[in-house]
Design a protein around this ligand. Sequence first.
Ligand code: GLA
Length: 506
Amino acid sequence: MQVESRTKGVWARVLAVCGLVSCLVLATVAVHAQSMAGRWAASGPTLDNGEAQKAILEVTQTGEQLKVNVRTPGYASEAKGTAKGNHFEIFGSDAAKPWFVGDLVGTELHIVQDNGDHWVAKAATPADEFPPLPYIDPPALHKVPYNGLAKTPPMGWNSWNLFESKIDDKTVRTMADAMVSNGMRDAGYIYVNIDDTWEGTRDAQGVLHTNHKFPDMKALADYVHSRGLKLGIYSGPGPRTCGGYPASYGHEEQDAKMIAEWGIDYLKYDWCSAGSIYKNEQLQPIYQRMGDALRATGRPIVYSLCEYGMGSVEKWGADVDGNLWRTTGDISDEWTSMIGNVETQIPTAPYAGPGHWNDPDMLEVGNGHMTDDEYRTHMSLWALVAAPLLAGNDIRTMSPVTKSILLNKELIAIDQDALGKQASPVKNGTLETWVKPLADGSVAVGVVNMGSAAAEATVNAKDLGLNAPVKSARDLWSHKAVHFSNGTYKASVPTHGVLLLKVSAQ
Ligand code: GLA
């Protein structure tokens, strides 16, 4: 499920609504050829914490048409499908491809999810019901002073884009080692962030343990710190994470204290199943609760809100101690996803600044499904919009080109510029020009070729907001000086490529 959640935009969107587990469940329902109607208790793959994924499917059938209500410990959603004989197909948002297919076999539904996961559903008994969770009032809103962190956009590496659930202590250590040996640390990539699937189960005292992949989180934090790096971790305000693991609902203060004791320096806090308890209008107080809990620990912990841009987060994220917040759904390693994410967050530009950043999601540079030009554009745009630079590739085995993209220090300086301005585009046919004012009075300008053929980019000094004529200009990919002639610079830009300049005034 996790693979699907990030490789398919549709699934990612569904996730935000119903979550992985629930969606699986949906699929389950459709079984009975004659009549699949009824309540089914479905059991799916076992998570890394030893828990089998569970779902209740309520199926109604009219002729061949199925309607399925799916509930899991964190989600509820609806799906539709068809049944022919004993075979069924259930569709989510993608009308062209079944989410789940399966068969009624005896008294069971045997279901295969589109990512290959297998589920089995049996007639539900009262014992299969999920115990209801009590509603806990969120705190009253109150503004908190700036926590002093993330004065420039956070830089580091995150496990999700490449590994999803296949991340463990040993791999994190090798990533930390790589960040030291390949120069990333010295270029500013400081955070080593563990995403979802580190979680075990909660004990009778409410303590959330790690699962077998992370035997000693404190020791791991100590190791990462010994390499001159910082460690990040992941949770969420709902009962379950997007991967179906226990999240922090009802245990916010306890979890914050625990991660502070471990020596964690960064928390990504993902909405996921919080919608099963709260309304989306409650995003701000819910995020305030963990912000307050982190502050109460006394440890400096960068607070990363992950709520896919819902609720105009850019307008209040900083008020609840957020240092960055997602502005979009999940990125995937493809041009349309990458461009879609950065364009979606255009309206948020006025709200970025030192200590509080808009986050169009982590980098896909080096993951193999975009061209080198597209990755250069990805990196350039993230720098121009002052986005967090969280590499999402295998930084232990980078090609020279990938390394030259992630370690382009002139570009990193644009991202990390102290003024903290987020560029916005001006569109001209298939060319988009993004201008970012910099602290020293110069500007960074990127011209992206959205078209399918090479195009000539023209940069006019008068459009750059400089207060004097151009003194000097550098191409930040060729690392060479370029010359404006009569206030203009022209260059050919390949399809999906970028021209990136730093232009200084006299
Ligand atoms: C959501 C987030 C992703 C990742 C996964 C983990 O989809 O948006 O970035 O953290 O959850 O389950």
